[in-house]
Design a protein around this ligand. Structure first.
Ligand code: ZEM
Length: 290
């Protein structure tokens, strides 16, 4: 990996695209796991405590690095390490979020707004920002609509934004050795599309009979597909379902809403000062106020 000039984020995007193809890994692409890394790095933000979020890249340290919800994300972190090593001016936290949006675009998805300026925590700073409570903040795929609204409400997302973000399950797969679940949501899991919503609306889903955690399955075009209980909750809940129907019918609307919501996700808790860089431990968290 060669160095790119400080501040040349287009050069970094090019390096991310260069390492996305990973023969022998999953479906031959690191794209989906980059998207999940950006999401989990950001999705532990709490509006109430004003802690968490993508600033800091805290997943390199406990408690996030040992959170079972983050199992398997070390693959994404390791794929990206050579880029950070070649470009010491680039923070892990900027790289993880930039890799996520670059992957979405490269897999046929929308262009997502992204700003640099995240700083990386030291171990102690990570612990201070997290105050030990971060592990329970990511959603549990076994639960239903109330849980989804609670988790995403804590990040400040509306029903519409929640459903839009969930469309990312068009990408990638579940791994038994990571989450316990198994399988992919759509036929082509390395192409960003509104297929997830179209499939959710089809009357094909049956509980899978197996020893693993409860999940749904269906076979489409010869390919075995899956849904989590939280995925099915989006059609079981009438208010969520309105948005599933809209996005299934209108891919442009989905792309537009997804781009806005994902852009908001990766900005959560990133408080830049006049230098353009985000503070290490957020002022509001230090002062203990919401
Ligand atoms: Zn996911 N997700 N997710 N998600 N996710 C998995 C995989 C991926 C939930 C969830 O439990 C799981 C969002 C929302 C929610 C991606 C992106 C986004 C897996 C499989 C699980 C269990 C992990 C494994 O075994 O490797 C739940 C419960 C969610 C909300 C209710 C949002 C929002 C996302 C981005 C915007 C992606 C891309 C993957 C595929 C990862 C991969 O490695 O292929």
């Amino acid at each position: 990996m060669s160095a790119v000039k400080e501040g040349n984020f287009d050069g970094i995007r090019e390096q991310v695209r260069g390492i996305m193809k990973q023969p022998g890994y999953d479906d031959g692409s690191a794209g989906p796991v980059f998207v999940r890394l950006a999401w989990h790095a950001s999705g532990n933000f709490s509006l109430v405590e004003h802690t968490g979020g993508s600033n800091g890249a805290g997943m390199r340290f406990p408690p996030e690095s040992v959170d079972p919800a983050n199992a398997g994300l070390h693959h994404a972190i390791s794929f990206l390490l050579p880029i950070q090593a070649a470009n010491p001016w680039l923070t892990h936290s900027d790289l993880w979020t930039l890799a996520g949006i670059t992957a979405i675009e490269a897999m046929g998805g929308p262009k997502i707004p992204w700003e640099p300026g995240r700083t990386d925590y030291s171990t102690a700073e990570a612990a201070a920002d997290h105050r030990g409570d971060i592990s329970s903040r990511l959603p549990d795929g076994a639960l239903g609509a109330d849980h989804i609204r609670e988790v995403f409400g804590r990040m400040g997302f509306s029903d519409r934004e929640i459903v839009a973000l969930s469309g990312a399950h068009a990408l990638g797969r579940c791994h038994e050795d990571r989450s316990g679940y198994e399988g992919q949501w759509v036929v082509n899991p390395i192409r960003f599309s509104n297929q997830y919503f179209k499939l959710l609306l089809r009357d094909i889903w049956k509980p899978r009979e197996w020893d693993g955690p409860f999940q749904y399955e269906a076979t489409v075009a010869g390919t075995k597909l899956m849904m989590l209980p939280t995925d099915m909750a989006l059609v079981q809940d009438s208010e969520f379902k309105v948005w599933v129907e809209k996005y299934a019918a209108d891919q442009d609307l989905f792309f537009k809403d997804f781009a806005m919501a994902f852009g908001k996700l990766i900005e959560l808790g990133v408080e830049r000062d006049d230098t353009g860089f985000a503070q290490l431990v957020k002022k509001s968290a230090r002062e203990g106020k919401p």
